[in-house]
Write a new protein. Structure first.
Lengths: 357, 177
């Protein structure tokens, strides 16, 4: 029975993490946006407004559940749950440190990709269930965008998988550091198996993956429905997008899903391209920096730092760039990102056959 | 009954019941969303057959792709057109007869096939290559697709290409080209 107890504990810990991360991201998003716009942001609640996110969530919890009279009640109630659970399930296959992964699946990456595609269904559910034209339009835009951008994101991920030769995210992580049993080459020339550090990361093992990472990053922004790809919730046109009718805890769940999704896509990118839980510090002669900074505690530290940095860039981009128009969005996806992603995949194949033998 | 069996029967029951409701339900959109339960439970059943790749492909292609396409087709279709689809009055009608006949015939064929098949006689059953849940099936699938099943694979890709070109042609706006 202890077996099942561990499962429940791990699941609870992951849920607690997503909730805490959302609170943290909410506060940092408000602060970063304030600094970008030359304001000071929340200052009233707690020192420097640090308790603002808690105040927000307490306000959310107290609010009434409002179901519009004309809404499809079952779909309306189920939608936030489907949206959140599909994102939350994705966390099951993410590696946190050497030997520390909730579920070491052989198909880990494919699993995450599959489970995330269910989120589109939840969004359609919310849009249709609300019986509101803005919500429906927002959800249609959102789904069209997510489905289109899944293609460049997927192909960019595949080009990394072709270099790593595995779909198991833990194995992919191991292959990018000093713990690997295989030969690792920096830019395909310099043997860095014992040096490790950032030199062994996938983007430096095969430099075209830098381009693949940029493609993946842009596409992942679109999959999170974040600016500059936030036409699904364009406030000036659609009031609030697919979640316009939601209030209280249900709205909180949609928000939780959005921020968890930011972390999730950031972490997938980190694991596949930026070395996962591997330390960025290489071994220098007698200074074994990579050896000293590897291990379970360090692994969690590095992957958190890297992912939070990626999330910070996501926030930075959101408050810097203006929103794209629908046609610009689609032509950018199909005419720029998709061909480039296919090019990356082609180079990956050639690189694997020619350079990494 | 072990817990695997309990889970298996749970998913089997959920496939059957939700499939039944998909057919019976009057509300079209709810029935499409319920179809998701059918497809997802089916993916769980694939997992029990140790076909994890197929299970995930089922989720990606059917739950994430085909179902969303169906919903899009439904939401973009004309509301008047849907309203004109009046449900047939209950009670037995002559046009029910053909449907019942075909369903019974199909049921009979299924039963006959299942009863006549000796499941122990297949080559792949006799070889008895044990598969473990932790095996890396992707590796095998990749090798098999590129060697034994290369021709079907290529034919499929040509078919998909044809479908894509056809769809692009249909979606093109007016004008003669």
């Amino acid at each position: 029975m202890t077996f099942y107890l561990t499962y429940v504990l791990v699941a609870t810990a992951l849920f607690a993490f997503t909730a805490l991360f959302t609170l943290f991201a909410l506060y940092s998003e408000r602060k970063i946006s304030a600094f970008i716009q030359d304001r000071i942001g929340p200052m009233e609640v707690g020192k420097y407004g640090t308790l603002q996110a808690f105040a927000d969530i307490i306000k959310m919890l107290q609010k009434e559940f409002i179901i519009p009279t004309a809404a499809d009640k079952i779909l309306f109630i189920l939608a936030p749950i489907v949206i959140f659970v599909s994102v939350y399930l994705g966390f099951a296959a993410l590696p946190w440190a050497p030997g520390l992964i909730p579920s070491s699946l052989n198909l880990g990456l494919f699993y995450i990709f599959a489970i995330l595609s269910i989120e589109t269904l939840g969004i359609l559910m919310a849009g249709w269930g609300s019986n509101n034209k803005y919500a429906l339009l927002g959800s249609m835009r959102s789904v069209a965008q997510m489905i289109s951008y899944e293609i460049p994101a997927g192909v960019a991920l595949i080009s990394a998988v072709m270099v790593a030769q595995s779909l198991n995210l833990q194995e992919i992580s191991i292959k990018q550091g000093i713990l690997t049993t295989e030969q690792v080459y920096f830019l395909g020339i310099w043997e860095v198996k014992s040096v490790g550090g950032f030199l062994a990361w996938n983007i430096f093992q095969a430099p075209h993956l830098i381009l693949a990472y940029i493609i993946y990053f842009i596409a992942s922004l679109a999959e999170c429905n974040r600016a500059p790809f936030d036409i699904p919730e364009a406030e000036s046109e659609l009031v609030g997008g697919f979640h316009v009718e939601y209030s209280g805890l249900r709205f909180a769940f949609i928000f939780l899903a959005e921020y968890s999704m930011m972390f999730l896509v950031g972490m997938i990118g980190v694991v596949l391209f930026l070395g996962g839980w591997n330390t960025p510090l290489p071994n220098f002669g007698s200074a074994k920096l990579a050896l000293w900074t590897s291990g379970i505690g360090w692994g969690i530290f590095w992957i958190l730092i890297k992912t939070l940095a990626v999330v910070a860039v996501q926030i930075w981009i959101r408050w810097t760039l203006p929103r794209l128009r629908v046609d610009q969005l689609m032509s950018f996806c199909w005419k720029v990102l998709t061909p480039l992603a296919f090019l990356c995949m082609l180079i990956s194949g050639l690189w694997r056959l020619g350079v990494m033998q | 009954m072990g817990e695997e069996q309990i889970i298996f029967y749970f998913f089997a029951a959920s496939v059957l019941i939700s499939a039944l409701f998909v057919v019976v339900m009057k509300n079209l959109v709810r029935s499409i969303f319920l179809f998701f339960v059918t497809l997802f439970s089916l993916a769980a059943l694939y997992l029990f057959a140790l076909a994890d790749f197929i299970a995930l492909a089922q989720v990606v292609i059917y739950a994430g792709g085909v179902l969303v396409l169906m919903l899009f087709a439904f939401m973009l279709s004309n509301r008047e057109l849907l309203n004109s689809l009046k449900p047939v009055a209950s009670g037995f009608k002559v046009n029910h007869f053909a449907g019942i006949f075909i369903s019974l015939l199909f049921l009979f064929i299924l039963f006959a096939v299942i009863i006549k098949t000796d499941f122990n006689q297949f080559d792949w059953m006799e070889e008895r290559v044990p598969i473990n849940a932790s095996d890396n099936t992707t590796h095998q699938i990749g090798i098999q697709t590129m060697t034994t099943y290369l021709l079907p694979f290529e034919i499929l890709s040509v078919f998909l290409m044809m479908a894509l070109i056809g769809a692009a042609h249909l979606a093109r706006k007016g004008g003669k080209t």
